[in-house]
Design a protein around this ligand. Structure first.
Ligand code: AMP
Ligand code: ZN
Length: 492
């Protein structure tokens, strides 16, 4: 029996504004798409928070026993500076400033993104498609939107006709906006644009002669619109209708609104059953952002080299800090808050270690099964990690009471307590046990030192073949020995 059959998961759906019981389209399987980063600069801690929020959602769905196909894209073309249609591509701009190929920018920051997410213990998605790898699919979608009458060609570019679309469907259902109000609140076009209406958005842009990121299409040599890539990649890997679509709150409008419009204009129906939006990480009360410079880079968290930090923190502590807020709440970063999180993190890890050493009694004086279910209840309630953490600290209180002999548990209840703590902390919340990692490093250091001593003995015995074998085998494992005046040292 899979766990999901005995748990009732509710998800807050941004589309309905309500928590709804989660029922996937295909029993036992979940399709989830999350908008990935635009890889034109280093990810900041705010970006990490959004991806971490969806990592916990992914982890909990897996824990419940669902088979999840999690698609998170890489935006490597089409995302314009200031999110406007006229202007420069963010990646092309960075390539111009740094005098390198756009794909060098893409490669550099994709690698950085992966390294950082691995450091924060995020699981890789099942598929990580790129926009430039899906131009054919994007062109096909544009063709059908044109065929259905919801897009028009203008000077080699193709635009989505929002007013036409709004006659048959409704534009603005996700963000609760109304097209008439939007029209009333925008200035008329100044005649510079190829669009019929300011609300229209680009599906395909004709590239200016100096624009180097360009591909052939039936309309012009050009490049796709940012909103279109997510429609193309989610449809390709998850189908015309899939279960969950997520992203940061700032993507709700216009990005996700446009995704809905594109899908409806193409297939006639809403592509997503549950829309999920993660809230922002702020610094000094303002949104962390790449473009304004109000941000902390993940590496600065580790080293402490940022004016907002008094010292460095491990990725496990930073992750614990983020988990203390619900994904739909704004979280403000401050030195005091992360210092407090560090104390909580240490208590949690120490108590989990203590839970391994508890002594069993004849009878249980605590209802551990009920407590375990309350951990599930927290996560079933729209992935409420702060409530879960409060429950985990209740579990820690039990650990201490039992350790002090004030309460008792039978052996199988001790096992439930210990396992529930470890499963939720390490598997579901994805918090790393830095102490265990540290302890393993210490053990490895000990083994290498032992081999160095054996090699010294072999050299003293003139057994060169053994001494070389030890050195070469270690080198093969990436451990370099260096012989110096002070003896032999090593590095990994
Ligand atoms: P970008 O690379 O700018 O497209 O952003 C990648 C993801 O990070 C998007 O889902 C954004 O919504 C999200 N994001 C950007 N800034 C923040 C922030 N300050 N806090 C949380 N998420 C953010
Ligand atoms: Zn997207």
């Amino acid at each position: 029996m899979k766990l999901y059959t005995s748990q009732t998961l509710k998800i807050y759906n941004s589309l309905s504004g309500e928590k709804e019981i989660f029922t996937p389209i295909h029993e036992g399987r979940v399709g989830m798409y999350v908008c990935g980063p635009t890889v034109y600069s280093n990810v900041h801690l705010g970006n990490v928070r959004t991806f971490m929020s969806f990592d916990v959602i992914f982890r909990y769905l897996l824990h419940l026993g669902y088979k999840v196909r999690y698609v998170r894209n890489i935006t490597d073309v089409g995302h314009m500076v200031d999110d406007v249609d006229d202007g420069e591509d963010k990646i092309a701009k960075m390539a111009r400033l740094e005098k390198v190929e756009p794909m060098e920018i893409v490669q550099r920051y994709t690698v950085d993104f992966h390294e950082i997410l691995r450091e924060f213990n995020l699981l890789p998605p099942s598929i990580e498609p790129t926009a430039t790898g899906h131009l054919i699919e994007q062109i096909e979608i544009i063709k059908s939107i044109i065929d259905n009458g919801y897009a028009y060609l203008s000077n080699g570019s193709v635009y989505f006709d929002v007013i036409k679309f709004n006659k048959d469907y409704k534009y603005g259902i996700l963000s609760g906006r109304n097209l008439e109000d939007m029209i009333a609140n925008t200035r008329d076009l100044d005649g510079q644009s190829d669009k019929k209406n300011p609300q229209d958005f680009a599906l395909w842009k004709k590239a200016e002669p100096e624009h180097i990121m360009r591909w052939p299409s039936p309309w012009s040599d050009g490049f796709p619109g940012w909103h279109l890539e997510c429609t193309a990649m989610s449809t390709k890997y998850l189908g015309e209708t899939f279960d969950i679509h997520g992203g940061g709150m700032d993507l709700k409008f216009p990005h996700h609104e446009c995704e809905i419009a594109q899908s409806e204009a193409c297939t006639g129906h809403n592509p997503v059953n549950y829309w999920m939006h993660a809230n922002m990480l702020t610094l000094n009360g303002k949104k962390m952002s790449k473009s304004t410079g109000n941000n902390i880079l993940p590496r600065e968290i580790f080293t402490g080299e940022n004016p907002n930090l008094s010292k460095g923190f491990s990725s496990g502590v930073a992750r614990f800090f983020m988990m203390q807020a619900h994904y739909r709440s704004i979280l403000d970063f401050s030195d005091e808050a992360i210092l407090a999180a560090e104390k909580g993190y240490n208590r949690l890890i120490e108590s989990i270690e203590l839970s391994e050493k508890l002594k069993a009694s004849e009878a249980s004086s605590l209802d551990i099964k009920q407590w375990k279910q309350s951990c599930y209840d927290a996560m079933n309630d729209d992935f409420n990690t702060p409530i879960l953490i409060a429950q985990l600290f209740e579990g820690i209180r039990f650990v201490n009471l039992i350790h002090d002999g004030k309460e008792t548990l039978k052996a199988d209840d001790i096992e439930i307590l210990r396992e529930t703590l470890t499963v939720f902390v390490f598997d579901v919340l994805g918090i790393k046990n830095e102490k265990a990692i540290h302890a393993n490093t210490e053990k490895l250091d000990g083994v290498v030192n032992m081999l160095i001593n054996m090699r010294n003995q072999a050299r003293a015995d003139k057994d060169w073949s053994l001494s070389d074998q030890i050195r070469d085998n270690l080198a093969h494992l990436g451990i370099q020995l260096k012989d110096g005046k002070e003896g032999t040292t090593f590095n990994y």
